[in-house]
Design a protein around this ligand. Structure first.
Ligand SMILES: NC(=O)c1ccc[n+]([C@@H]2O[C@H](COP(=O)([O-])OP(=O)(O)OC[C@H]3O[C@@H](n4cnc5c(N)ncnc54)[C@H](OP(=O)(O)O)[C@@H]3O)[C@@H](O)[C@H]2O)c1
Length: 329
């Protein structure tokens, strides 16, 4: 029987306010996109999740389609909740999403009210929960009126099946509009979830400003570029790494020589700072005060520990930031 580390809230400044809301998020959240599906080893997944909670990671990020098979990551989380974390439910932030393909037909994808609300019911069944803490529109649906998608999020909150409404992968203009609609509906958007890392800096071109202006939290995903911004691929592609697995979203061709040259140069800066590149890469996204938290993935407990350590990394000097920009240019 699992008993949580009594010192899980001791480290200072690990829990931070999510934008202007009352919600607090840990600086590092654990995402269950990979390594928590029905194809993965349950005991390893459980060890990662419980170590995370022991380190103060209260936020577990899911989506309807995480697996494989789609839906199975929510079932895995449901089992953690049932068998280990039940006593801690009120400390936990469980987020899920709908927006990508989940079932056949026009209402198993994108942003209709029909899809979002049916998907949330399915997610709750898999998780074994009466409500999730955060429900996301996973992506903007260009063919459904935004009023309908935001109306579905607002309904989810008003019906008690989600505590907070949120958006992911929306551009700056759509974010501002979504926020206005949700405000009018009385269920403000609390958090945006964009992709942001040293290798993916698009949010710097306007989205981060919008997020701050709207008073949203910003929980960035794939801060390690799916594992590229680590030492994982420096000696080739290991069979147990994401790019080595048939169902991994990172494909071998994305592990390019150009990327690896940058990774090696970044690794030298990390070494001078006295930390693994994984920790430095996550500390780098957290250096921006508009970023609330980093949603990481891990296939091993040791990886998770390096990711959480990033929340306590030394601040970057101007010289280090300049050197990083030069490598990334
Ligand atoms: N909203 C969206 O559209 C969206 C999209 C994608 C992801 N997300 C969320 O973001 C979460 C994180 O995404 P991600 O998994 O791509 O994040 P990531 O942190 O960029 O990559 C995680 C991978 O990096 C490797 N890694 C982690 N720590 C390491 C370390 N210390 N040393 C060496 N390698 C290390 C592991 O790869 P190996 O598995 O190969 O060991 C791990 O699976 C997802 O689970 C999901 O919750 C959201």
């Amino acid at each position: 029987m699992y008993t949580a580390n009594p010192n899980r809230y001791t480290p200072a400044n690990f829990q931070v306010r999510c934008g202007k809301s009352g919600l607090h998020l840990p600086k590092i959240a654990l995402g269950l996109w990979h390594n928590f599906g029905s194809v993965d080893d349950y005991q390893n997944a459980r060890a990662i999740a419980l170590r995370a909670f022991d380190l103060g990671v209260t936020h577990f990020d899911l989506a309807n389609n995480y697996g494989p098979v789609p839906g199975s990551a929510e079932e895995t989380m449901g089992r953690f909740l049932r068998e280990d974390l039940k006593a801690y439910r009120d400390e936990l932030i469980i987020s899920t999403k709908a927006g990508y393909t989940m079932w056949p037909g026009p209402h198993g994808d994108f942003g209709s009210r029909k899809y979002l609300l049916a998907s949330l019911d399915q997610s709750l069944r898999r998780l074994g929960l009466p409500y999730v803490d955060i429900f996301y529109s996973h992506r903007r649906d260009p063919n459904t009126p935004m009023e309908e998608t935001m109306g579905a999020l607002a309904h989810a909150v008003k019906s008690g099946k989600a505590l907070y409404a949120a958006i992911s992968n929306y551009n700056a203009a759509d974010t501002a509009r979504a926020c206005a609609l949700l405000r009018d509906l009385g269920t403000p958007c609390v958090v945006h979830q964009p992709k942001y890392s040293m290798f993916e800096r698009t949010p710097e071109a306007g989205l981060l400003d919008t997020v701050q202006k709207e008073g949203l939290g910003c929980a960035v995903f794939s801060p390690l570029a799916q594992g590229l911004l680590t030492n994982r691929y420096l000696q080739g592609i290991p069979a147990d790494a994401r790019a080595g697995k048939v169902h991994g979203f990172l494909r071998p061709e994305q592990v390019s020589e150009d990327k690896l040259t940058k990774v090696r140069a970044l690794g030298k800066i990390a070494e001078q700072r006295g930390e693994p590149l994984a920790s430095m890469a996550i500390a780098w996204v957290l250096r921006d005060p508009r970023v609330t938290s980093a949603i990481i993935g891990a296939s091993k407990v040791s990886q998770l520990e390096q990711c959480v350590a990033a929340a306590f990394s030394a601040p970057f000097t101007a010289t280090e930031l300049q050197a990083i920009d030069t490598i990334l240019a």
